[in-house]
Design a protein around this ligand. Structure first.
Ligand code: NDP
Length: 427
């Protein structure tokens, strides 16, 4: 077993101090952005420097501490999570094999995330039809309580999977077996924690967080509608862009099985809080801002933002499809590739010949388009592209290191053929 699960000797994220800082920093930032950019705090500040005073003002009030835990919001969140689990269990779906693991096995994953989204759409549409938009504003009203519920869920799951990873026979993540509790808890000790055939990591990656993000955006549109009697063009755009992004990820669910999160990273606090709290409650910042600060973009600006989003999506989708096809033994465009000593091949033309992470470029362009829907009154709604740029550069560096470990000298050859990391001719 120690051969299969060697000790992790190399730390990422600056080791245990970095893991500790992020474990507390991410919930702090999630609450921070919810508080500092809110109607209750007087809106979204004009500069980043106004955030700390806004935050201090909020947390100095005893009422705020009492508002952190909201039973109704907690029950609502638990009901949502339970709904996603039940949908996974009862909706039909094909069982698809994941990548080959170090123990020589392949896991089976049930593919029905898109059906879950369709079910949610049906229920949402029916509720809107019968009860009107006001019923969805509960999400806006109980925001902080919902954030708290998702943070509690993230901690609970991270503790659970950490404890279960000590059961005999578990396959650990190569990066999550350092023996340091803080680090392994954060990075994820077990590679694929499961309850029976229910894979916790893959489930969290796509369903409870991503679909909730789309629901939150819709709830923000309802909030705006109840105030204005209409929704602005910017609100329509942000809902359409992000819904499309979510629907695309769910529709292409099998693609997630070849991503770094599934094949390499363990499931720990990093992925739990990212999937369950950060994605739905931070990525929806633009729509939440527009709910209390309506912006009309006009036809010219709308067209420009739309063009940027479509370009980003095109690069993101085509690049991901090229790699996904290739990893599944198909090469419909006859792209060139190199054969490595490890046995796997690497594409050297098409989007993967232009840069080593063309999919990140497309994702980044979309993130800028999303923020542009909020206009230019505050820089806070531009948090997402700034954070995302940092995340993707860090992710590219991690993947580069992992690929060097996997491919050795072949990876250096590939890098010589494809020198640009994300943005061709720039980075
Ligand atoms: P990638 O999809 O880029 O996958 C990297 C892996 O692809 C490598 O480890 C390697 O694995 C394989 N690979 C690298 N080069 C080649 C090549 N030339 N030919 C064939 N295979 C190659 O990375 P991620 O898993 O990080 O990202 C997946 C998607 O998720 C991206 O679109 C990204 O933008 C998105 N994303 C979104 C986030 C968000 O919060 N919105 C966060 C993170 C990612 P191997 O060779 O072992 O197959």
């Amino acid at each position: 077993m120690s051969e299969l699960n060697p000790r992790t000797t190399h730390y990422e994220f600056m080791g245990p101090p970095g893991a500790f800082a992020v474990t507390f920093g991410v919930p702090f930032l999630t609450f921070g952005l919810s508080l500092a950019c809110s109607e209750a705090s007087g809106g979204c500040p004009n500069s980043w420097w106004d955030i700390p005073p806004n935050l201090i003002k909020a947390v100095s009030s005893l009422d705020w501490w009492f508002s952190l835990f909201d039973l109704q919001a907690f029950v609502l969140y638990l009901a949502w999570y339970a709904f996603c689990v039940v949908s996974w269990a009862i909706l039909p779906g094909a069982w698809v094999e994941g990548s080959l693991m170090r123990n020589g096995q392949k896991k089976l994953y049930k593919i029905n995330a898109f059906s879950t989204l369709l079910l949610v759409l049906g229920i949402t549409g029916g509720t809107l039809w019968s009860k009107g938009p006001a019923i969805f504003t509960v999400i806006y009203d109980r925001w902080i309580g919902l954030v708290t519920a998702s943070v509690i869920m993230s901690f609970a799951q991270a503790f659970y999977v950490y404890a279960m990873s000590f059961q005999p026979g578990k396959l650990l993540a190569l990066g999550g077996n350092s023996g340091n509790f803080i680090y392994d808890f954060y990075i994820g000790r077990e590679l694929n924690p499961s309850v029976g055939s229910f894979d916790i990591k893959c489930f969290n990656e796509l369903r409870p967080g991503l679909i909730l993000w789309a629901i939150i955006n819709f709830a923000m549109a309802c909030e705006q509608y109840t105030r204005l009697g209409a929704v602005t063009d910017s609100m329509v755009l942000i809902n359409a862009f992000q819904f499309f992004y979510v629907a695309d990820a769910l529709y292409n669910e099998p693609s997630v099985l070849t991503t770094m999160d599934i094949t390499t990273d363990g499931f720990g606090f990093m992925l739990a809080i990212g999937d369950l709290a950060w994605v739905p409650f931070i990525y929806s910042l633009q729509a939440r801002y527009l709910a209390f600060h309506p912006v009309e973009l006009g036809p010219v600006f709308t067209s420009l933002v739309l063009a940027l989003n479509v370009t980003g999506y095109y690069i993101f989708r085509v690049a991901n499809a090229e790699k996904d096809d290739f990893r599944n033994g198909r090469n419909p465009k006859n792209l060139t590739f190199m054969i490595t000593a490890r046995g796997t091949k690497l594409l050297t033309s098409g989007w993967w010949g232009r840069s080593r992470h063309p999919n990140y470029l497309g994702d980044l362009l979309m993130s800028v388009a999303w923020s542009l829907t909020t206009g230019f009154s505050t820089p806070i709604t531009y948090f997402y592209p700034v954070y995302f740029l940092v995340l993707l550069i860090h992710r590219q560096l991690r993947d580069d290191e992992n690929c060097y470990k996997k491919y050795g000298a072949d990876w250096e050859k590939y890098k010589a053929l494809v020198p640009w990391r994300i943005i061709p001719y720039v980075y």
